[in-house]
Design a protein around this ligand. Sequence first.
Ligand code: 13P
Ligand code: SF4
Length: 345
Amino acid sequence: MTAESIYEDLKAKLADVVPDAELRLKAETAFEVQRLKTERNAVILAHNYMEPALYLSVPDHAGDSLELSRRAADTEADVIVFCGVRFMAETAKILSPEKTVLVPHKDAGCSLAASITAEDVRQLRERFPGVPIVTYINTYADVKAESDICCTSANAAAIVASMKTDTVICIPDEYLSRNVARETGKHIIFPTRDLPAGGGDGELEYQMIGWPGRCEVHEKFTVEDISQVRAQFPDALILSHPECSPEVVEASDFSGSTSAMIRHVKETEAPRYLLLTECAMGDNIAAENPDKEMLRLCSVRCPHMNLITLEATRDALLFNQYVIEIPEEIRVRAVRSVERMLAAV
Ligand code: 13P
Ligand code: SF4
């Protein structure tokens, strides 16, 4: 592989999206990343939201959170470069503690992961003793360590159903949990809003207990957005991520994890698609499905995912940054929640 061959490949897929001069620079950087990857015996795991020039050039594996955590668990490489946000790189470290795990930007956070602390989870457990805690993978290691099992957008309903208890705590994404409740016919409450602070659940009937965290990207999509697109493009198929509100999911034609959305575009025959998720994924899907048109609402971007560029990935390998460290006492408890999920579905 040469910088020229990478350029030719990127040009074939991205000529309509990325200016030529930029493609040449990106191809040179991708070549440097490939060289450093071999030198360091590294594997590059990339989330589906990565910028197209990165997504289409350097990853050994691209995918959603569930697929990438499986890859992280069974790699032979010495170094894992996680082209995604910190909680994803942490999950890789939880599963592969003997590897060096790098995230290419130190500030690549997530509004969901920031919405809940380990102390919040301990308080929920105290308030609802014996109720299993299902925690979305978009959380930090100390929160996973207080949980019983993890889930992702690809398996949340199946994991909740597998609990086989009358009540389940499902945190911290309000909308993902509401969508699971809707799908499984359960009634959900949010104790920080719906229950009196001093305890006492009154007459309230519920089978799910949630937390009011939100994804700062997906919470912005509205039913109005969908109506406007349907009015202008009646033949468009509308796909939403389950971090969108239940109203948006209900008004969509399909909802699923980022990889499920990619598969759905591949497997259906609509001329146009609207993806209600991070906008870069539209470019990545368009590059792989040149006969299909992607409509995008790009005013809403994930500021965290967008910090991870090809240049940052090269620097991660060059300067060994930013190394993920998790105290062993937290990791050993967190790994149980992640491994239970991987074994369950
Ligand atoms: P997926 O697991 O569906 O890839 O979602 C991760 C995420 O952060 C979506 O915003
Ligand atoms: Fe977190 Fe939302 Fe960004 Fe995904 S898109 S990483 S959930 S802030």
